[in-house]
Design a protein around this ligand. Structure first.
Ligand SMILES: C[S@@+](CC[C@H](N)C(=O)[O-])C[C@H]1O[C@@H](n2cnc3c(N)ncnc32)[C@H](O)[C@@H]1O
Length: 200
């Protein structure tokens, strides 16, 4: 399986609608699934440069900015980036924003410690290009952490992110030049912890 067919058509989702951005950053989500709970599992150090790819309205980007040296929110949607920048201003933290669909991310080679994607990967059209771009911007010791839904449920396909197959997902990431070092269950999701494969 290659990195582009991790999700077969029935599971592929369209881009998350901008008009529903409020669903991604609201007090109920913060109460039920506090962003710091996930962030504490990502082993971010205070010297790290972190890219929150597909940042949406900044639900994770802003708390990341409190623990990392640089937090960079990347999204294809200008509206989502505007919301992230507003949320950062209100929260009095410094966040950079970059508009990109993942084919080209305006960052220099080997400058990023962690690329994080939460419920985004399944939306990206050209997954191979995105993973190549991550290989380019990540430092040799760089990490890629992807969070996707792995436990289905009633109406799962209709309401939440699509459910991915754990083995297929891991294989797709590894075939693209990463090594998945751990897969940890997280709520209804799994966190795929990957590193750059230095042998390639
Ligand atoms: C379901 S939202 C998740 C947002 C955020 N990670 C969170 O958990 O709150 C998916 C986000 O990915 C963005 N997105 C989708 N496809 C993208 C792409 N090819 N490049 C960059 N961002 C993308 C959407 O605009 C949206 O903001």
């Amino acid at each position: 399986m290659d990195a582009t067919n991790i999700l077969t058509e029935p599971h592929a989702h369209r881009r998350f609608p901008e008009k529903l951005a409020f669903m991604l950053n609201n007090p109920i989500r913060r109460l039920l699934s506090p962003p710091d709970r996930l962030i504490s599992k990502l082993r971010i150090s205070s010297n790290d440069v972190v890219v929150d790819f597909g940042c949406g309205p900044g639900f994770f980007t802003i708390p990341i900015a409190r623990v990392a040296r640089r937090a960079i929110g990347v999204d294809v949607s200008q509206e989502m980036l505007r919301r992230t920048a507003n949320y950062a201003k209100k929260s009095r933290v410094s966040v950079e924003t970059i508009e990109s669909d993942g084919n080209k991310i305006d960052l220099p080679d080997a400058t990023v410690d962690l690329c994080l994607l939460v419920h985004v990967y399944h939306e990206v059209a050209n997954k191979s290009k995105l993973l190549d771009e991550f290989l380019r911007i990540l430092k040799p010791s760089g990490k890629l952490d992807i969070v996707e839904r792995t436990k289905g449920g009633l109406f799962a396909e209709k309401l939440g992110p699509p459910t991915v197959n754990i083995d297929g997902f891991k294989q797709g990431i590894d075939n693209a030049g990463f090594i998945t070092v751990e897969i940890a269950p997280y709520e209804k999701d799994s966190i795929f912890y990957a590193r750059k494969n230095s042998l390639r």
